[in-house]
Design a protein around this ligand. Structure first.
Ligand SMILES: [Zn+2]
Length: 320
């Protein structure tokens, strides 16, 4: 049996400080890498005990910004699993029997849910009028191809959110949220024992698990915190501006609907990029460095041979 195991960080047991989910705080993140690996190993052991013969571990957290860095510690991972970077591998995975998820978090806007966000802090999304988080979105990508989601671990808010989409899933609640940035964790050993048991039970009950299927055509609405985000995202072909801060599109498949969401997110992230640029340009020394970089870029472009050659039309013979 072939299982994909998606791994995120916010819902890992023992991670109870928002800084610990970020490599920008190396003094905390080092311990997080150990915790993520231990949660993942527990799930691998459980899946194997129930007959998984091939496990693909997709390390998802921050994959787009750091595509070459794993959160998991490969040298401490259970042997004989295939490790890939990024949940996007789900789209290409062939012949999966089931999808399992470890360390997950709730959707953006959840008042009491540890580190709730939907792929970014500046996006929220509905499909056919329902608010989706990352778990349900990934489950629906698999579901459209007939693959059931069987296991989700994370805080209590994550589990409540996703039980509503998928009442059949096995779960492990490894912590209880007390706010958006705080939670009470089980001890590591207890949490990992629960993950292992839930993983084993989930695959043992594969026959009663179901794919999460979103009805087509899919109506998607992407919501942003400001009209500047929506201004950048609304240029997507086929999108409609439905409010100052939201855009919508109708898609023939969930695959395309999610692509619309991802494209909107990437375009809207320009707001963040220009904020960063403003901060950098406020410092005269950094600004001088950036300008020097741009000058060199321009000079190099005009000095180099053209990277493409397009012939002019043939001269039209003059009359007479
Ligand atoms: Zn994450």
């Amino acid at each position: 049996m072939r299982v994909m195991l998606l791994v995120d960080v916010e819902g890992v047991s023992q991670v109870d400080d928002v800084r610990a989910a970020s490599w920008n705080y190396p003094e905390l993140y080092a311990q997080t890498q150990i915790d993520v690996t231990l949660d993942t190993n527990a799930a691998i052991r459980g899946l194997r005990a129930a007959g998984a013969t091939e496990i693909i571990v997709a390390d998802g957290h921050g994959a787009r910004v750091r595509p070459h860095n794993f959160n998991l510690l490969p040298e401490r991972l259970e042997p004989d699993v295939k490790l890939v970077r990024g949940a996007s591998h789900l789209e290409a995975a062939k012949g999966l029997d089931a999808l399992a998820m470890v360390g997950m978090h709730c959707r953006n806007g959840t008042p009491i849910g540890f580190m709730g966000h939907t792929t970014s802090g500046f996006t929220a999304v509905t499909f056919n009028g329902e608010w989706f988080g990352e778990v349900a979105m990934l489950a629906a990508v698999a579901g459209e191809r007939g693959v059931p989601t069987i296991l989700v671990t994370g805080d209590d808010a994550t589990i409540r959110e996703n039980h509503a989409f998928m009442p059949w899933i096995e779960t492990a609640v490894v912590k209880t949220a007390t706010g958006r940035t705080s939670c009470d964790c089980l001890s590591g050993d207890v949490a990992r024992a629960q993950i292992e048991t839930a993983a084993r039970c989930s695959l043992e009950q594969l026959a009663s698990m179901k794919p999460l299927v979103v009805a087509t055509p899919v109506e998607t609405e992407v919501w942003f915190p400001s009209l500047y985000h929506a201004d950048l995202a609304e240029i997507i072909p086929g999108s409609r501006r439905v409010s100052e801060t939201a855009i919508a599109q109708t898609s023939e498949s969930f695959f395309d609907a999610r692509r619309f969401f991802s494209t909107a997110l990437r375009l809207a992230s320009g707001v963040r990029a220009s904020g960063l640029m403003k901060t950098l340009m406020d410092d005269p020394e950094t600004a001088a460095g950036i300008i020097a970089h741009h000058r060199k870029e321009q000079e190099d472009f005009w000095k180099a041979p053209p990277w493409i050659t397009v012939e002019l039309p043939r001269q039209i013979a003059e009359n007479g």
